[in-house]
Ligand binder design. Structure first.
Ligand SMILES: Nc1ncnc2c1ncn2[C@@H]1O[C@H](COP(=O)(O)OP(=O)(O)OP(=O)(O)O)[C@@H](O)[C@H]1O
Ligand SMILES: [Mg+2]
Length: 224
């Protein structure tokens, strides 16, 4: 993995740092919320752009992989995809390629330098991401992947801007909402929760990203 790509992946580059511990705490909270239900696929979204969804999704995927489970991180953001950049992978051969029947699912998941972690990049940015993500093919693809991986994390676009995360949500067990300290407005969080509630998919928790802390000012989180 190129050094420039690894900046975001602190759970990999510095696994014992306080920030990495916070990701493990989020993992534990998710695991606790799934005691009575089979929580195998989760989606990460936010009220607005730039709150840190992709960073949180990637690091969560890493701490799950560190437990020895077989993990897949899917770039479900077919508008502003970043998973390929973070892991130094080819973007073009990915989810949209499978959904448009250009390539078989068996050929698109890419392994990473991190043991037990594979990624499914976005594929080429399509003209109709919402329709693609809402298709029966998407449901079939996820059903297939659920047979192959222990845990799947899907990075998605902001929920108050486009409905992509909402259409993906019919295929997931839970949602993590990422908000950015000092930036995300209360009303936007309310609006996000209102639209998510329509789906009846449980919000497992909210990550408050970017809280400055004297000991560690990179990230911090609050989980409820
Ligand atoms: N806590 C943080 N402190 C400093 N920088 C951060 C923090 N969290 C994320 N970033 C940086 O902020 C930028 C946006 O983060 P990221 O791409 O994870 O957000 P996103 O919600 O996925 O954005 P988008 O809506 O565009 O998909 C990135 O450059 C990332 O490295
Ligand atoms: Mg993103």
């Amino acid at each position: 993995m190129k050094k420039s790509n690894r900046k975001q992946l602190i759970a990999y580059t510095n696994p014992n740092s306080p920030v990495s511990e916070q990701f493990k705490t989020i993992r534990t909270c998710i695991d606790f919320s799934s005691i009575d239900s089979n929580m195998q696929t989760i989606l990460v979204t936010s009220p607005e752009p730039g709150s840190g969804k992709s960073t949180i999704a990637a690091n969560l995927a890493i701490v799950y992989a560190q437990q020895g489970k077989k993990i897949l991180l899917i770039d479900g953001d077919l508008r502003r995809p970043t998973v390929h950049k973070a892991f130094g992978k080819n973007m073009l051969c990915g989810l949209s390629s499978v959904l448009s029947n250009q390539i078989d699912l068996s050929e698109v998941c890419q392994t990473t330098d991190i043991e037990n972690l594979s990624v499914l990049t976005s594929g080429a940015i399509p003209p109709n991401p919402n329709e693609m993500l809402n298709s029966n093919k998407m449901t079939a693809v996820l059903a297939d992947l659920k047979q192959q991986y222990d845990f799947i994390i899907i990075d998605t676009p902001p929920v108050t801007i486009v409905s992509d995360a909402l259409v993906i949500s019919k295929n997931v067990d839970g949602i993590i909402l990422v908000t950015r300290y000092g930036i995300t407005l209360k009303d936007k969080i309310k609006q996000a929760i209102e639209v998510i509630n329509i789906t009846h998919v449980p919000v497992l928790g909210t990550v408050l990203n970017g809280v400055s802390d004297k000991k560690d000012n990179y990230y911090h989180h609050v989980y409820e």
